[in-house]
Write a protein that binds this ligand. Sequence first.
Ligand code: 1CP
Length: 381
Amino acid sequence: MTACRYLLRLILGTIEGMTPSPAVSAAGTLAADHPLMDGRTADSPLITAYRGGKPSRRPVWFMRQAGRSLPEYLKVREGIAMLDSCLRPELASEITLQPVRRHDVDAGIFFSDIVIPLKLAGVGVDIVPGVGPVLDKPVRTAADVAALPKLTWEALEPIREAVRLTVAELGKTPLIGFAGAPFTLAAYMVEGKPSRDHLGPRTMMHADPETWNALANWAADASGLFLRAQLEAGASAGQLFDSWAGSLGLADYQRFVAAASSRALDHVRQLGAPLIHFGTGTSELLVAMRDVGVDVVGVDYRLPLDEANRRLGGSVPLQGNIDPALLSAPWDVLEAHVRQVIAAGAGAPGHVLNLGHGVPPETDPDVLTRVVKLIHSISPE
Ligand code: 1CP
């Protein structure tokens, strides 16, 4: 986005296609009673580490900490479809809070899904158990893209309500909001379902760049608005998940993806909450992912954090990167690995412990609690 358009947005206090929200002041900042502004979360270990300061304890949370590894999640989800559970504010809030209560993690991650903005825009999408997101009709042509409905600010009300309920319970523990990055979201839209190689979107960006760019921009605006709704309603940080960016080479990432990811974040930059960017298989993309304009880079389990920090020139705090596979290893093996991750992250300007991807569904939740205890027992110095 040009500086000129950005300024215009600041002055108008609006994002294209949305009405101004009362929670954001005319200057485009968070409201005075937002947890990040009223003293609840600004000095929390998580936000302090994200901002490169010295936290009082080592912060840790887990991607996919809510969900199928928890018996209390399976119980409340019984008979309720995944996307429906995301759109019932009280249920989404309860599921978000479950792992915070159980594990004493340093953040909640909002329970939702990257395809919720599609659903709320009116795109036919469902999450099929054991498969993942499936669209009624894949988006493959210029006409398909032009026919996509626009996500409105009003449609996001169940999300804002769930966030409000959640932060009222979380107190001093920050809530992290999230959205799918345009490439990862568009990959599901073009394929119509999960895929391993993402051939469809990778073909489209070269064969029909105009249609690809239009699709990536649509996805950027939908994800950007979804993230903005969470941050305005009370989330203290925002993570952009580009889970499948690792299927791209650096040149394609820079040419076809980076600008759209930056556009998604343009919807929330002026709010001032820390922004994190994570993908898997992205060892070669870390610098480009930082350069879309984020405060923190999430690293997957493949690259040691000292090497990630070297590649990034020590420029940003890191998040990661306990190998999820080791959650099922004997405790002494897992403990040694966690200590190694902490040592490797020591040279970075900040470090928030996390997994190098999501919690596997078969994980014993008591192991996660024990990992949190271990991390908190190691002095942050
Ligand atoms: O019935 C169920 O329990 C369905 C499983 C499930 C869950 C618990 C899905 C389907 N989504 C979710 C919640 C979810 N999705 C969260 C919740 C908060 C938390 O982390 O605790 C988050 C952050 C997401 C984000 C998400 N959805 C991503 C990015 C993060 C990642 O894991 O890489 C992606 C790629 C999706 C798509 C998706 N949704 C669901 C599945 C099984 C998938 C992946 C499918 C595939 O392999 O392509």
